[in-house]
Ligand binder design. Structure first.
Ligand code: SF4
Length: 289
């Protein structure tokens, strides 16, 4: 059986940077609680690895990050995640005199900077994003002039004839293009700020460049990871004859799915640890080669 592990795999630069910030902070503050506010990455294996290093994660699906701040002891050090956050969150941490470190990914920050510039120039911003995703929430908090265009159910209506079109960094370029083109038919003078990050684009291109003989894709990543789900969707669209299965790690592999196959590809999300993807490859090879 031919088993291809698509490159790049392992953490993207933004996730790697955020994890390094958390680990470095803990290593020089052994006697303090280091708390990640929200999911640093949407990957359970990665979170478990951080927990084993003494780094806590404070996250509750039904509670906002603002409310969770109330539960943090003031002598802790808080790490803010790669997805970005609202200015109000920083203000609340400051008012509670809690030390915090901003681990927002530089690619995400670049989109927030452009949004702020456009808002200051009095333009509306049409933000193509996923409802309730932390990156979208952070973008929407920048200004009342930012309007969410839900990628799953796009609708848009602004007064500005030259709005800025910008998007969440982890979508597929195809999805973004579809919504952008629809907006452009109504707002011909809209400015487009390309914002799918390189880490996402490289992973998407690796899938698109695979030949049509591929029979099965395993897409490795967290069930809540937007970029992982985007890769699975893209694999389905671009290789309709192939089976696409989203797995967290090798334990999710059902041997029956591999029976009779000769060509399998493994794609992995930007928040999937390198060794998890490598273990998937080694495991499949050990079964069939
Ligand atoms: S997926 Fe892209 S935007 Fe998100 S953390 Fe990684 S590099 Fe940054």
């Amino acid at each position: 059986m031919k088993v291809v592990l698509l490159e790049p795999y392992g953490y993207c630069v933004g996730v790697e940077r955020a994890i390094k910030i958390a680990l470095d902070t803990k290593s020089v503050n052994q006697n303090k609680r280091v708390i990640i506010l929200g999911m640093l990455v949407h990957n359970e294996d990665a979170i478990n690895e951080l927990t084993s290093q003494g780094i806590e994660t404070l996250y509750q699906k039904d509670k906002s990050l603002m409310d969770l701040v109330d539960e943090i002891p003031s002598d802790s050090i808080v790490i803010l995640t790669a997805h970005g956050h609202s200015e109000d969150l920083e203000k609340k941490l400051i008012s509670r005199k809690i030390e915090f470190i901003d681990a927002t990914c530089p690619f995400v920050k670049a989109t927030f900077k452009r949004i702020l510039e456009a808002a200051n120039d009095n333009h509306d911003i049409l933000y193509i994003g996923k409802k309730n995703h932390p990156e979208s929430n952070a973008a929407l908090s920048i200004s009342k002039k930012v309007h969410l265009v839900d990628i799953e159910n796009p609708s848009f209506e602004v007064e500005d004839s030259k709005p800025l079109i910008i998007n969440q960094t982890t979508f597929s370029q195809r999805e973004v293009n579809d919504v952008t083109n629809a907006i452009k038919t109504k707002y011909k003078d809209a400015e487009v700020f390309p914002s799918v990050c390189k880490a996402s684009t490289d992973r998407q291109n690796a899938i698109l460049s695979l030949d049509n003989k591929i029979e099965l894709f395993y897409v490795v990543g967290g069930t809540n990871s937007n970029n992982t789900k985007t890769l699975a969707k893209l694999a389905k669209e671009s290789h309709p004859h192939a089976k696409v299965i989203l797995i967290k790690n090798r334990n999710d592999i059902n041997k029956k799915d591999l029976l009779g196959l000769s060509y399998v590809a493994i794609a992995s999300g930007a928040s999937t640890p390198k060794h998890i993807s490598e273990e998937v490859k080694t495991y499949i090879e050990s079964l069939y080669n």
